[in-house]
Each structure stands twice: as C-alpha cells, then as structure tokens.
Write a protein that binds this ligand. Sequence first.
Ligand code: ZN
Length: 129
Amino acid sequence: MIEGSCHCGSARWTLAELPASVNACNCTACRRYGVLWAYGWQGENITVSGETVPYVRGDSLSFNFCPKCGCVTHWRALQPDKEGRRRIAVNLRMTEPGLVADLPVDHFDGLGKWEHLPKDGRCVKDMWF
Ligand SMILES: [Zn+2]
C-alpha cells in the first residue's frame, strides 16, 4: 500500500498497490495542476480521507483539493457506474518521490485527440525529481 497526503496533512489517500505506470495528461485542467494520476475505484483499491473541496468539471467528475494548502489530491466520478462502483484517481505527486520514481509515465492527450500517446520509455524520475 502507498499513501499520499496534501502539504498540510489535512487530506489523505491510500492506494492498495503500486501501479504499473502513472498517467500524465495535457488537458486544460491536468496541465495546470501538474498532476500524475493512478486510477482505481473508491473504497476498493483507493480510499480518501480528510476534508477536500470539489471543483466540478463538466458533468462527470470533480477535482478535489485541500481547502487549507490547495493541493489537488484526487479526482472522482460524480456518480457511481452501473455496477455501483465509483471511479477515482489519486495524484501520485502527493506521495514520497522515491516510491514512484521508477514508474513509467503514460501520456494521455486530453487536450487534442483524447487518446494515449505511444510510450516513450520515460519514468517519473526522468521528468520530476
Ligand atoms: Zn492541505
């Protein structure tokens, strides 16, 4: 299990397992936040705790941030899916850098084509430190 928290510690998440890769997205929101996402399902492999404020984007999800220190901790689907599961993703920038340094970065073109770009072999440590 890995854990993350905002800078002041008010908001926290847990992720059951280290993901196989992380996702960087260039959409109008993610590029501003500078986030690295790992995906899951709320209450299954991801839990969140503490106080966060939602920024609702469109009709499908909210970005959630700490009202004290401003860190974006996760996004979450506004509604559960047909099976009653709720999609959620955590911002891996909220955890210790060494834990995720060697994970490959997947690039999602959320600004243009809305599809994954070819893998380029770069890991988190190649782009962030
Ligand atoms: Zn905080």
